[in-house]
Write a protein that binds this ligand. Sequence first.
Ligand code: ARG
Length: 564
Amino acid sequence: MSAILPVLATRLSAAAAAACGSSYADVDPELRSATKPEFGHYQSNLALRLGNALGQPPRDVAARLVAAVQLDDLCEPPTIAGPGFINLTLLPSTLARAVNEPQTFTSNGQRVVVDYSQPNVAKQMHVGHLRSTVIGDALCNVLNHVGYQVLRQNHVGDWGTQYGMMIEQLLGEGLTAESLDLVGLQQLYERSRKHFDADSSFADLSRGRVVLLQSGDPATRAIWRHMVDVSLDDFEQVYALLGSALTRSDVVGESAYNDDLPRVVAELEQQGLLTESEGAMCAFMPGFVGRDGSPLPVIVRKSDGGFGYSATDLAAVRHRVGTLHADRIVYVVDHRQALHFDQIFTLARTAGWLPTTVPAEHVSFGTVLGPNGKPFKTRAGGTVKLVDLLDSAVARADALLAGRDGVDRAATARAVGIGAVKYADLSSDRGNDYVFDLDRMVAMTGNTGPYLQYAHARLTRLLSKAGTTGGEVTELQEPAEQRLALLLTGFAATVTQVAETLQPHKLCTYLYELASALSVFYEQCPVLSSVGATRASRIALCTATRQVLQDGLGLLGIQAPDAM
Ligand code: ARG
């Protein structure tokens, strides 16, 4: 599908230059989809802009633009509406051509680092990690699709003082690391935490163990390594169930930056960016103050000499720019870390590790809520395990498929159940919280994953009955087929917009509109029972729609089964 919008924009800019002077050639023609079908397909606010700039009535400017613009090969004669909007209606032949022409993206020569998923060792993944994983996977797909080289970085939480406690507890209890699975590790963590708080000699031993861990003592490292591996094995099972693209080789955990931390702090110190405060080394930056006016420093080295989460993130930025040569860095992390990233990006720019040419973006997201509208917890108040949620989604989908023939039940239930959960997560503005409501997620109507998957499966069935993919779209007489075609030509622009704004819900909204236009098309335009060129053209339109649904769902990380 070739994008029509840029062509129309170029033509309008040329008209602006011809009608109002060459200095206006660069004015944004503000082309938008028409808000109502009677306004045609597109609307431009160019005359209002220029009228403003020139101090002339916009309708007069619009009349001059319409006289100057050369669009007769693409559109019906433009019309002027209201205060000076220019309405454009594409010729059916233009639409048909645009649907038939493949729209391809080429490499943009840019490398983007995407930091996402980031679960913590010795803890089960929770619904927050689900959001990061699902959004991150979708963004990686989209960025890759529009021509970026994508480097996934799973910034696993695998470092810090808690491992000193856990290892000391393990040794004290005479356990071996090999005897523990992830649940066992989580329980070990809880016991060690209590022990640490209650017993100061144990606390001292634990601190000593952290020093051994950080300095690379082989026995201590071996136990830690085992704990990390047990956790990563578990995470991998969740990724496999989710169909995430993340692999072991994308794991670059917090521990990976251990050796860089002293240097990061030393460099900041040399640059005069650090101040000692109560024994800790801190960066105080202008503009970072709490509500009560007190400063909010970045603590890069704690009073006990240990480095924390912030120092690690500074080292990570330095590595991503300096070694990985990132042109753009994206962090998919919940909204509670907004201040942290604001501080890290500001400090990294000040220190010269993050040039202004490299955008760093915190892709923030809201909280997953339980049925009671509060952050999702089990009845006992614990965090909800991700695998349990996914398993119940698959079970719901399986029930939905009861009695359908020609369906590979187990595989389809997985695709539909997991797809439903992912789509529900991706389809609302990521900044918002959402309620984890399985009934709504697996519904076959409304803006849901199964609705889109069903639209795709229904097209697949229709096309297999047709026995042909139909060749090219040649005629688009009916409004319902024009509307469908117009939407198809907007796919590339939608994907581009998601790559820019990092808002996957825009792709969901687009696909939902497409599927809705498809059902109107089915009602108003017979496909298999029509004849001749109309039949062939409609089949081709169905083929193109099926492809966009499949590609769009694919970008969201959602499978599109052929039957369901
Ligand atoms: N592991 C952290 C958590 O679960 C998130 C890490 C986010 N990424 C980063 N570069 N800080 O809260």
